[in-house]
Design a protein around this ligand. Structure first.
Ligand code: NAD
Ligand code: TYD
Length: 351
């Protein structure tokens, strides 16, 4: 089986649902269930005999060792992280703990397990570390996109902690020979994303008749990738990636935040017009900028395309349309995750 950490979060749960839909191999999901982890997302596979869930903190070495001994994974896919930049600015401690100490703990446990393997099992074992393009820092408007040789220059506590985790993964490969794979991906969007990130926040706020907060001048640029395309890329890297290597994954969809928000408003006007007939874009509100806000991210994904044959299936228009429709069809899921802790964050952050 494969062991997935953080499988109750946005990307991890999409990955598990896709995996179980297309493959027979069982999955062990190790997740602490922080505010960002939602067991409800995986309700559809809860009783599937190929799915096992363990509520465990990745920093708990003893518990991780016990799970590895019991389930003997042929690969570990490490998604678990604290992932929201704004939260990292307000409380960086958890980010260092989970992203740095947690990754260190997973690497130690994986290395100990790898050492016990021999023959074909040893050959086949992989530790796949899921990371972000934010480790490369911020681009100027005309800079070339990030490639796998771009120097690291993280600028938020989140990206610094992810950069640290990438360095640990690299070191565990070079020093201990652990067969690692690292992926650095651009901004994801799609079903089951917690509505504190830009796209689901905009959709849910719009439907709730609330302000659509756009930081600063709204001209910060992100390279958006539909989450299923990211999951597909991870699959491909797991199967065909070269141990010790890094693969950048991106959507080739660079957009300014204000254009993303306006596109969401346009789709909502079409799919669920307001009862008053007033366009959703009237709810847009420019708010105080994020401190140290990175101006632009862009991914050069030529390596994964030429070496492993992956390219995204969705354009931003098709992926975003599906996403807006998904949030319209799944209001129950949204209500389930926007509980006390969520309201508290929104009230504090957007004061
Ligand atoms: P998420 O915040 O939605 O989910 C994180 C999951 O990890 C949650 O289920 C949470 O409960 C779990 N978790 C947190 N701390 C844990 C701990 N100490 N022990 C066990 N589980 C713990 O994050 P996401 O958006 O799904 O991101 C997944 C990974 O992909 C992260 O490593 C992130 O850095 C990376 N990434 C995300 C994006 C994006 O746009 N969301 C883009 C590129 C890379
Ligand atoms: P976010 O979804 O938090 O992802 P990241 O910070 O990892 O890129 O934010 C995406 C962009 O949207 C980023 O430039 C910040 C901006 N943003 C807003 O303008 N308003 C908001 O309310 C949020 C949450 C983000």
């Amino acid at each position: 089986m494969i062991l997935v950490t953080g499988g109750a979060g946005f990307i991890g749960s999409n990955f598990i649902l896709n995996w179980l839909a297309h493959r027979d191999e069982p999955v062990l999901n190790v997740d602490k269930l922080t505010y960002a982890g939602n067991a409800a997302t995986l309700r559809g596979v809860e009783h599937d005999s190929r799915y096992v869930f363990a509520q465990v903190d990745i920093c708990d070495r003893e518990a991780i060792d016990g799970l590895i001994q019991k389930h003997q994974p042929r690969a570990i896919l490490h998604f678990a992280a604290e992932s929201h930049v704004d939260r990292s600015i307000r409380g960086p401690g958890e980010f260092v703990q989970t992203n740095v100490v947690g990754t260190f703990t997973m690497l130690e446990a994986a290395t100990a397990w790898y050492r016990t393997l021999s023959g074909g099992q040893r050959e086949a074992f992989r530790f796949l570390h899921v990371s972000t393009d934010e480790v490369y820092g911020s681009l100027e408007p005309n800079d070339p996109a990030f490639n796998e040789r771009t120097p690291y220059a993280p600028s938020s506590p989140y990206s610094a902690s992810k950069a640290a985790s990438d360095h640990l993964v690299r070191a565990w490969h070079h020093t201990y020979g652990l067969p690692t794979l690292t992926t650095n991906c651009s901004n994801n969007y799609g079903p089951y994303q917690f509505p504190e990130k830009l796209i689901p926040l905009t959709i849910t706020n719009a439907l709730g008749g609330k302000a659509l907060p756009v930081y600063g001048d709204g001209r910060n640029v992100r390279d958006w990738l539909y989450v299923e395309d990211h999951c597909e890329a991870i699959d491909v890297v797991l199967d065909r990636g070269v141990p010790g290597e890094t693969y950048n994954i991106g959507g080739c969809n660079e957009l300014a935040n204000i254009d993303v928000v306006k596109t969401i408003c346009r789709f909502l006007d079409e799919l669920k017009p307001t009862s008053s007939g007033v366009p959703y874009a009237q709810q847009i509100q420019f708010v105080t900028d994020r401190p140290g806000h990175d101006r632009r991210y862009a991914i050069d994904a030529r390596r994964i395309e030429s070496e492993l044959g992956w390219r995204p299936a969705q354009t931003f228009e098709t992926g975003l349309h599906k996403t807006v429709q998904w949030y319209l069809d799944n209001t129950e899921w949204v209500e389930g995750v926007t509980s006390g802790e969520y309201r508290c964050w929104i009230e504090t952050h957007y004061v």
